[in-house]
Design a protein. Structure first.
Length: 207
């Protein structure tokens, strides 16, 4: 028996990181797929080379590292370019997560926070998919507070799955229109269910 892997996803600004933090407090191991993406496009990596060869040096900053803002401006307005970037990075992210899973004990829970979980093969390495949703206006307000112009925030939301698609894909749906205490209670209840099920399976049989 291997560790349980939970894929945590939802649209940008829905509150995935908040939920991931609550799960970490409860004992989960948490991996941020976006952080892995950042690593995999650092200078000297295969991802970096593929991105520069594909999109040109215009996506680089003065330090010759990939400028994430420039890269986002390049791909988010063109679905074909976005798909090309994902084909470069998604296999590398999946490989890193599979490697991390091998290092865990059988009753550990690994939570993978990934905005592109459903669109990539990453969902296939997860035992459960948890989706975090929030009212659209709340998401836009959160993104504006992070410094993302409203027009760009709306563009990014349009490039993601619809709310209906997210709902259909969810094994667990977490509505983040709640206050933090209510959200904490909701997440805690799902954590208890998940870990109780893992304990109930018992140890793997001896060969």
């Amino acid at each position: 028996m291997s560790a349980t892997v939970v894929g945590l996803t939802g649209p940008i600004g829905a509150g995935k990181t908040t939920v991931a933090g609550l799960l970490r407090e409860l004992g989960a191991k948490v991996l941020d797929a976006d952080a892995i993406v950042h690593d995999e496009q650092s200078r000297g990596t295969l991802g970096y080379t593929a991105i520069v060869q594909t999109f040109g040096t215009k996506v680089l900053g003065e330090d010759k590292e990939i400028d994430r803002k420039k890269l986002a401006e390049e791909v988010f307005a063109d679905p074909n370019k976005l798909a090309t970037l994902e084909r470069i990075l998604h296999p590398r992210v999946i490989a890193r997560i599979l490697e991390a899973r091998k290092m865990l004990r059988e009753r550990d829970v690994l939570v993978v926070e990934a905005i592109k979980l459903l669109e990539s093969g990453l969902r296939n390495v997860c035992d459960e998919v948890w989706v975090v949703l929030a009212p659209r206006e709340a998401m836009l307000e959160r993104l504006e507070k992070r410094g993302l112009p409203r027009a760009e925030a709306e563009l990014r939301l349009r490039n993601q799955y619809s709310e209906e698609q997210y709902r259909k894909a969810a094994d667990v749906l977490i509505e983040n229109g709640l206050d933090r205490d209510q959200l904490k209670t909701r997440v805690g209840a799902e954590w208890s269910r998940l870990t109780s099920a893992a304990r109930g399976r018992g140890p793997s049989p001896a060969p």
